[in-house]
Design a protein around this ligand. Sequence first.
Ligand SMILES: Nc1ncnc2c1ncn2[C@@H]1O[C@H](COP(=O)(O)OP(=O)(O)OP(=O)(O)O)[C@@H](O)[C@H]1O
Ligand SMILES: [Mg+2]
Length: 370
Amino acid sequence: MPHGPDSQATLHQRVTDAVGAVVEPDVELSLADLGLVRGVVVDADRAVVAVAELVPAGPWRDRLRAEVDAAARRAGAAQVRVDLVQLTDDQRVALRTRLQGPTKPTPEQAFSGARVLAISSGKGGVGKSSISVNVAVALARRGRRVALIDADVYGFSIPRMLGVDRRPAIVADLVIPPKAHGVSVVSVAFFATDEQSPIIWRGPMLHKALSQFVTDVHWAAPEYVLVDMPPGTGDVALTMSQLLPLSEVVVVTTPQPAAQKVAQRSAYMARKVNLTVTGVIENMSHFTGNDGERYELFGSGGGDLLAQQLDVPLLGKVPLVPALREGSDEGRPIVVTDPQSEGAAALDAVVDALLAHPPRRMRLPVVNVR
Ligand SMILES: Nc1ncnc2c1ncn2[C@@H]1O[C@H](COP(=O)(O)OP(=O)(O)OP(=O)(O)O)[C@@H](O)[C@H]1O
Ligand SMILES: [Mg+2]
């Protein structure tokens, strides 16, 4: 390759463009758009590239270095050195403003135009978190922009189920939610210093934490927001109704009539605080044996009965499948690992039903007047 002044200028430009086009994986904006390319120096066919990391020593460090290196080589540099640098405080504030705009959004603005679905149940262990994760991922796989909020502040399980192994980047107090399987997620787990000791939430603290999950996070206009609720009724539903009054509630129940009675209470609570109940999902409906026979291990009819009593549709019945639990334990949702399976197909049908039953109330886009 000739090394005249022109070709140097061109190589410099090519490397700058190529490196700038590398996409930051959580924010999903290019390094150029984020202003993270801090310098490119070209000498003959050597390039030295300085790139700023969003998180100091972040989880993407190796990947970022490799992608920047590869981009510079593709652009024509024979030798590449990548220097990772930190943003200054001023640069961080500038970046937050670039991402968030000059003012923090209200909760309504943060989720303007999104459907907010709170996955609830009267009691624990019926599969709220498993369903939240799989429905969120299934929606993302259909090309929708999906946010998942782990509002189970007492027993957060979402990061593990979704396979998120890193804490979010924080840019001048703005939280950049990590993404896994196409879903952006926040959880108290990211901010807990000790996962073993439960946090005792008092009402105002809970309200503050949940409102920060909405307004202090760079959600980037999701179309669907799934909220994994803690078991029971109470505080979180009330807070949700105050923060996001147009949220819908989806009630998860198991097939036995006793479970359905408890689930009914969470639906009544939701209605008491004026949230719309969109439908019911029956989980652990049946188990299909190796013989192809269906076994109704937990009885039957609970989901139908609850849907009837609440006068809402039954959005689907999800069978009991060991692969669903295993997937949750390993952070590999079944809708990703085995989308053709009976369990994944049932979850996909739940997504179809959700899309077919938009909320009964109109959601007007919020006009952001500046
Ligand atoms: N359809 C299913 N088939 C097999 N296992 C399931 C199914 N649904 C949930 N599980 C398993 O049951 C357990 C409880 O599920 P999950 O944690 O999703 O329930 P939850 O309602 O969110 O519980 P909690 O109230 O404690 O938050 C988990 O181990 C999960 O993997
Ligand atoms: Mg849960």
